[in-house]
Ligand binder design. Structure first.
Ligand code: PEP
Length: 257
């Protein structure tokens, strides 16, 4: 179900994870901001929470958006250590990642938790970037589509009314931070499956939703991955920590046919 590409603008988000310090965040923001001048609307960064205000100060008006790596499932109140969607809006965030595989595997985020976080993000006016993907064992067991279906079906009810204010990221767990990358054909097959599953789950905006691929994207493989009809950009981990590499990936997305 490859919908016409023209409707979907390229998007590349950098997930900095828990790396660096204020000095390296400042340098990275400056590098991205300077290099993305000719890429308005394509690039976004997700720094650690403590550097979101710095991102807001450095990136405002630059055409580079910023967002968070996670959001609380709760609205407000006695939830020590949590950061609410409203707080992220106060920091000028456009996006928040939800259900990144590291949250799912290391911190126990379940499908139900992902739904609650997505609901909070949407209610506050953030664009949720809902991450889905299978483990290596699941792929080898032939369960990739079953896993994606379970993860997508969980969020469909909350995405139905979001229109195009949401993004999905397909991130095969076995490709995150490992140097292994899904082949362009594997990525396309998963993206087409996700788009079709969203549509059959009642998400009528599915043809216009941006689906990002994540998992060891590098300047050397970005062009081929982003050339797939249902791959609308990327969610980039390691390579987003080097401004030149991240920008090169953004250019590959902007130039995709
Ligand atoms: C990620 O963590 O979302 C990711 C895709 O990481 P990497 O690019 O390092 O594989």
């Amino acid at each position: 179900m490859a919908a016409p590409r023209a409707r979907r603008e390229a998007l590349v988000l950098g997930n900095w994870k828990m790396n660096g310090d204020a000095a390296s965040a400042e340098a990275l923001l400056a590098g991205v901001q300077a290099g993305a001048r000719d890429l308005p609307g394509v690039a976004g960064v997700c720094p650690p929470y403590p550097y979101l205000a710095l991102a807001a100060a450095r990136l405002a008006g630059s055409g580079v958006a910023w967002g968070a790596q996670d959001v609380s499932a709760f609205e407000d109140g006695a939830y020590t250590g949590e950061v609410s969607a409203r707080m992220l809006v106060d920091l000028g965030c456009t996006w928040t990642l939800v259900g990144h595989s590291e949250r799912r595997t290391l911190f126990g985020d379940t499908d139900a938790e992902v739904v609650r976080k997505t609901t909070r993000a949407l209610a506050a006016g953030l664009v949720p970037v809902v991450c889905v993907g299978e483990t290596l064992a699941e792929r080898e067991a032939g369960a990739t589509e079953a896993v994606l279906a379970r993860q997508i079906d969980a969020v469909c009810p909350v995405l139905r009314d979001a229109g195009e204010r949401c993004v999905l990221a397909y991130e095969p767990v076995w490709a995150i931070g490992t140097g292994l990358t899904a082949s362009p054909a594997q990525a396309q097959a998963a993206h087409a499956f996700i788009r079709a599953r969203l549509a059959s789950g009642g998400v009528v905006a599915a043809p216009g939703l941006r689906l990002l691929y994540g998992g060891s994207v590098k300047p050397s493989n970005a062009v081929e991955l982003f050339g797939q009809p249902d791959v609308d950009g990327g969610l980039i981990g390691g390579a987003s920590l080097v401004a030149a590499d991240f920008l090169s990936i953004c250019r590959a997305a902007a130039g995709r046919s």
